[in-house]
Design a protein around this ligand. Structure first.
Ligand code: CA
Length: 406
């Protein structure tokens, strides 16, 4: 889980301090860089100022150490970009679908109770569960106080991690978890990998033992996830979206997340269900998404899709959760299969595309090797001038044309 929403909230007194600490942490050795111990002392003072008990702070920070592995994880950049096919097949596997179905049955009573209270359909809870920890198989083994302290101190995203660490200390102070809590290198915890701020704001005690336990209590886990989703605006009377079929001559300029139209409008534009039938006659707005470009599967996605993206901002993630939920509920697979043979681009190739596009006047933002909204917009702009299908999807073919100077 990524906590993007919370990033936007002006964070506490420590922001300026953390930014300063971050800058100092990157100062070359031999200068007046603040040591980790000095930094911890500053954090301790801030935590106490926030009202966290001194005893809790001292107990939690007592064994805090720098964890080089966490820094390495934070800075690691894969050589290849990930194709939708690779991402999707590794997360929505037949094995996971079957296990999800069995667990949906097994926990039907509990999931029904949670559904009645928060309105989030059980199939989605099980799908998030499958994607986050393979239904509780792995929670992460990083000591979180040390891990978050390291990432706060080290500075690349210092203010973000510092706010998460302070939230973690508050949760420890409330007694929900102990100071030796473990999780992912980035601070995600329990069955559904809640970040500390999300935990602090949205976790609930569903089983009534006065602890919000996201490791050992499935009622707390499902209740908390539902509380979070309904808190960000999940609509339990609707689904996430569906696979669709686009008509010949479809205007691919319309295939983007921020172009929303009613299903009736999409129907008029020739969009159909994947099997060719009319779109449902439901009063709902949707956007067309093409995760693997115009040759891959197409989807119309609704409001709940954007709520999944609040949980994790990746379109691939949101499509995987939505589709896995459908499969767990017994629905069929995609009719257009994501290409298993598509070669992923190297990050350096994406950088080259970004650089070549910029040289042609299509600004795709920094040449960072990451395909974001800006890069997709630049790709689209170029595709239009080059007479290609403007789906905003960078491919090896696109790079070839750019290299040839076309
Ligand atoms: Ca509990």
């Amino acid at each position: 889980m990524i906590d993007r929403l919370r990033l936007l909230i002006p964070m506490m007194v420590g922001l300026v301090m953390a930014a300063t600490a971050g800058a100092q942490a990157q100062t070359p050795a031999g200068t007046s860089a603040e040591s980790f111990e000095e930094w911890l002392a500053g954090l301790r003072a801030e935590a106490i100022q926030l009202g966290i008990r001194v005893a809790t702070v001292d107990r939690a920070l007592a064994g805090a150490t720098l964890i080089e592995r966490a820094i390495k994880q934070d800075r690691s950049q894969p050589e290849f970009t990930q194709t939708f096919a690779k991402y999707f097949y590794s997360r929505v596997s037949q094995k996971r679908i079957e296990r999800g179905r069995a667990l949906l049955q097994k926990h039907a009573g509990l999931l029904g109770k949670v559904h009645a209270r928060y309105g989030v359909q059980p199939r989605f809870l099980v799908a998030f569960w499958g994607l986050e920890t393979n239904f509780g198989d792995y929670f992460g083994k990083y000591p979180l106080v040390s891990s978050l302290a390291t990432l706060s101190y080290e500075g690349r995203r210092g203010p973000f991690f510092r706010a998460q660490l302070l939230a973690l200390l508050q949760i420890i102070d409330q007694g929900d978890i102990g100071p030796d809590v473990a999780g992912s290198w980035a601070g995600a915890m329990g069955h559904l990998q809640f970040m500390p701020i999300t935990y602090r704001e949205y976790a609930i005690d569903m089983d009534g033992d006065n602890k919000r336990d996201l490791w050992n209590s499935l009622p707390d886990v499902f209740g908390s996830a539902s509380n979070y989703l309904s808190g960000v605006g999940w609509d339990g009377s609707k689904t996430w979206g569906r696979e669709v079929k686009l008509p010949a001559g479809f205007d691919f300029e319309l295939a983007r997340l921020n172009v929303r139209k009613s299903l009736a409008e999409w129907q008029t534009l020739g969009v159909r269900r994947a099997d060719g039938r009319d779109l449902p006659k439901v009063d709902i707005e949707g956007a067309i998404v093409l995760p693997g470009g115009h040759t891959g599967p197409a989807f119309v996605v609704y409001r709940n899709f954007r709520k999944i993206m609040v949980w994790n901002g990746s379109i691939f993630y949101a499509l995987s959760v939505g589709h896995l939920a459908d499969r767990i509920a017994g629905r069929g697979g995609l009719l257009v299969k994501p290409s298993r043979t598509e070669k992923p681009l190297l990050r350096t190739e994406v950088m080259e595309i970004q650089t070549l596009l910029a040289a042609k006047g299509h600004d795709g933002g920094a040449a960072d090797g990451i395909v974001g909204a800006k890069t997709r917009a630049a790709v689209r702009a170029y595709q239009k001038t080059a007479g290609m299908v403007p789906d905003g999807y960078p491919t090896a073919q696109l790079l070839d044309r750019l290299r040839a100077g076309n």
